[in-house]
Design a protein around this ligand. Structure first.
Ligand code: GLC
Ligand code: MG
Length: 610
């Protein structure tokens, strides 16, 4: 692991550490002798100084790895509809995000990823795009977007956009022309001859993945909603068209992309092949999970597509030397090597969603299992990452309980690699009950009231809770697009900033600062005590600081002896706590006896060892 982390060379080199050529033509005679002596003496002096410096414990590694911006920042996901409404229409917008950039900076976050803001009929809230190079009026316009880029960059914040290559909206002009058989658009989508569907393929949103189009009289394939026809990546014009989409946004200053639903991008060419049953007894029979996706998921052709995007990103990197970031959405897979292929394809990382699955029945061993699915399976040069929440999944406070919010943020921000935080998780926001009538997530509504609760993603998309005011300060309008949590009166950015030291927000900010330590940025990780309750690990660099992080994810109080894990080190100083400490024994700055460390469920400590 440690080697993997150290080997990674960022493309945006840290100029200060670039090797300087020291080769000189060898002079001759006496001059040579004299100079050599001086040089040798100087080198000796330098070596002595360097050792003193290292022993002083300040320099972590020689030379420190040069990391790219996306390796040192937290990535903060904004769901633009829900962040901040600036015009009172009840829906968040770009100007609203601009208003909140100082807040984002106060989190020590240096990169934001925006869920789609492009022109869209909003059947899937922007994941159904009808114009890839324009902003939807709900969110603003291109001028607002340019302002966002410059305001973010002024504050040292990078901007990452969502890129949705698998499908467009059925209202995109490409699809309209494709239906009419107009070249070259007729081949932009995946069509098959009229009649019965050619195979048993299913949509991720349930039901058949083929729909008959009345205009063309043929069936088209859609991995998602009927209104999200899959684009045909075997069509060369489409490939180039999408390269130009990336160029369009990079020319406007965008720093990277999150690629949506990448695993669905290719389907096998032989449409007569049925997918075999998955054998999963717990799923409805028309559920996507009832099949094994041999012909529609993770096809090797995706590799070529990613490599081409990387080339396009490199065009821009070559202009200014600044790294462009590419992260791809890979769903949980039983075989880690499948998602790790995306590193080889040229992505900086595939999202690691393992920790999304964590719930209250996942204790210390279980957390270690998930962490190790990542850390134990990366090859040299592959950079780890962890995600605990997003716009498709329940929030941490609802999966794990409020008592575990700080514990999970402590875990996320002290593990190796790049953490991604979904907006509101820094406050420990909970899922909000959204009734069928209030429901907005159309794929879930389409499945009827009976299934709505199970499939709706509305609960974790509710407005950001800024203050105790009306609608949590999200909108000055009458009706926010989704209900604001009733807890917003006491659970909000303002109250958590001024109130107790241990509010989730205050802890989040401190953890985000602590992450700047070399040992958290690129140091190794060794597991410490791990049992049904405790998950703990030591982060360190060979010559620098070293910290123990220990968290109780279980159901019982645990008293542990770290003597073996720490090779006999007995004392450490508390740097941060989850703040909910029941025993009241521990305070920041206290020296701890690590042979007898007591933690209740939901409690965690960061302890400085040296
Ligand atoms: C991704 C998005 C999800 C969207 C789907 C289809 O999984 O995260 O929100 O519905 O792709 O675009
Ligand atoms: Mg608005």
């Amino acid at each position: 692991m440690e080697t993997a982390m150290r080997q990674r060379g960022g493309r945006e080199k840290n100029a200060g550490h670039d090797a300087v050529s020291t080769r000189q033509p060898a002079p001759s005679g006496m001059v040579y002798h004299h100079r050599t002596k001086i040089i040798v003496l100087l080198l000796l002096l330098l070596a002595v100084l360097a050792r003193v410096f290292l022993w002083g414990g300040r320099v972590a590694e020689d030379p420190p790895p040069s990391l790219s911006w996306w390796q040192t920042t937290i990535i903060y996901q904004i769901y633009p509809r829900s962040y901040q409404d600036s015009d009172g229409d009840g829906v968040g917008d770009i100007r609203g995000i601009i208003q909140r950039l100082d807040y984002i900076r106060s989190l020590n976050v240096r990169a934001i990823w925006l869920s789609p803001i492009f022109r869209s009929p909003m059947r899937d809230f922007g994941y159904d795009i009808s114009n890839y190079t324009d902003i939807d009026p709900t969110f603003g316009n291109l001028e607002d977007f340019d302002n966002l880029i410059s305001a973010a960059h002024d504050r040292g914040i990078k901007v990452i956009l969502d890129f949705v290559p698998n499908h467009s909206s059925d209202l995109h002009p490409w699809f309209q022309l494709s239906r009419q058989g107009v070249a070259p658009y007729k081949d932009y989508y995946v069509w098959t001859s009229p009649g019965e569907p050619p195979n048993n393929w299913l949509s991720l949103f349930r039901g058949p993945a083929w729909t008959l189009d009345s205009v063309r009289g043929e069936l088209y394939y859609h991995a998602f909603m009927v209104q999200q026809p899959d684009l045909n990546w075997r069509c060369a014009q489409l490939v180039e068209e999408m390269n130009n989409v990336l160029r369009f946004w990079m020319s406007r200053g965008v720093d990277g992309f999150r690629v949506d639903a990448i695993q669905n991008m290719f389907e096998t060419e032989n449409l007569s092949l049925n997918e075999p049953p998955s054998g999963d007894p717990d799923v409805e029979k028309d559920s996507w999970y009832s099949l094994r996706h041999d012909y529609t998921f993770d096809l090797p052709e995706i590799g070529g597509a990613v490599r081409r995007w990387r080339d396009v990103l490199n065009e821009y990197e070559a202009l200014d030397g600044k790294a462009r970031y590419l992260v791809v959405e890979t769903l949980f897979d039983n075989d880690v090597s499948i998602r790790n292929q995306y590193y080889d394809y040229g992505a900086d990382m595939p999202f690691n969603f393992d920790l999304l699955r964590v719930n209250r029945s996942c204790g210390g061993h279980c957390i270690q299992h998930y962490v190790n699915r990542e850390l134990g399976h990366l090859s040299q040069g592959q950079w780890p990452n962890f995600v605990v929440g997003n716009h498709d999944n329940p929030r941490v406070a609802s999966k794990m309980g409020k008592d575990f919010v700080n514990a999970v943020n402590m875990l996320l921000l002290t593990l190796p690699g790049t953490p991604t935080t979904y907006y509101g998780e820094e406050l420990g926001m909970s899922d909000v009950h959204v009734s069928f009538d209030q429901g907005q997530d159309l794929q879930a509504k389409g499945q009827g009231e009976e299934y709505f609760r199970k499939y709706s993603r509305d609960a974790s998309r509710t407005p950001m809770q800024w203050n105790e005011g009306k609608h949590g300060g999200f909108t000055s309008g009458c009706v926010p697009w989704l209900p604001v949590s009733q807890t917003s009166s006491y659970e909000n950015v303002e109250s958590q900033t001024v109130s107790s030291q241990s509010s989730p927000l205050n802890l989040y900010r401190k953890l985000a600062v602590l992450r700047n330590e070399p040992c958290f940025q690129y140091g190794g990780l060794e597991y410490g005590v791990v049992n049904d309750n405790i998950f703990s690990y030591i982060r360190s660099t060979p010559a620098g600081e070293s910290y123990l992080v220990t968290i109780n994810f279980g159901h019982d109080v645990s008293i542990d002896n770290f003597a073996d894990a720490l090779n006999g080190v007995r004392l450490g100083e508390i740097t941060l706590t989850t703040g909910n400490l029941k025993s009241g024994k521990y305070h920041v700055g206290d020296k701890m006896d690590l042979y007898q460390l007591e933690l209740y469920p939901g409690e965690g400590l960061v302890i400085k060892l040296r």
